[in-house]
Design a protein around this ligand. Structure first.
Ligand code: MG
Length: 187
């Protein structure tokens, strides 16, 4: 039986793949001036709805979960640590820049996104009509072709806060692949 090479023992400093998981939830409330909610933006795409996230940034739960997945894959500090909600610079901010920074930090460490699978749990509005646009935008932000990006829309069967339309919840898993940009360069 051949000996297992040391690289297979889990100590390879730059393994070919790393997996990251991200999760986010934002409370949804009536949009200003009726309430404290911001316009509902999911994956960088504005959805028409009377409710939106209560958030310091633009409250894009999908981009936040994907950002945390990218950061988590490299064991980097999470989105709340890198971009604290006490920092006025992030108020009303476009969350695409959080994801861009996460991808840049990963690139510095020699990794690039390989594929993404995400689940958005939102009672209303239904995600179906917007999925293609959301996928295309995520693919652009991650530097991937659309067939490497998947977004699933689910409801919460009218159960609990998410099911009652009072919150949006997102789970994201990203696979990062070792790339040739390990020497401190940006994309
Ligand atoms: Mg968030």
């Amino acid at each position: 039986m051949p000996a297992t090479p040391p690289a297979e023992s889990g100590h390879d400093p730059l393994p070919p793949l790393r997996v990251g998981h991200g999760y986010d939830l934002h409370r949804l409330d009536l949009i200003a001036p009726a309430g404290p909610g911001r316009p509902l933006i999911v994956g960088g795409i504005r959805l028409e709805h009377d409710r939106g996230p209560v958030a310091h940034s633009d409250g894009d739960a999908l981009l936040h979960a994907v950002t945390d997945a990218v950061l988590g894959s490299l064991s980097l500090p999470d989105i709340g640590e890198l971009f604290p909600d006490t920092d006025p610079a992030h108020e009303s901010g476009d969350s695409a820049r959080f994801l861009a920074e996460a991808v840049r930090l990963a690139s510095e460490r020699g990794y690039a996104p390989s594929n993404l699978d995400a689940t958005v749990i939102l009672e209303r509005p239904r995600l179906k009509a917007h999925k293609a646009e959301i996928r295309a935008n995520l693919a652009r932000l991650l530097g991937l072709s659309v067939d490497r990006v998947n977004v699933k829309g689910k409801t919460h069967e009218r159960v609990d806060a998410v099911g009652e339309g009072r919150a949006i919840e997102v789970h994201a898993v990203v696979v990062m692949a070792r790339c040739s940009r390990a020497e401190g360069g940006g994309p």
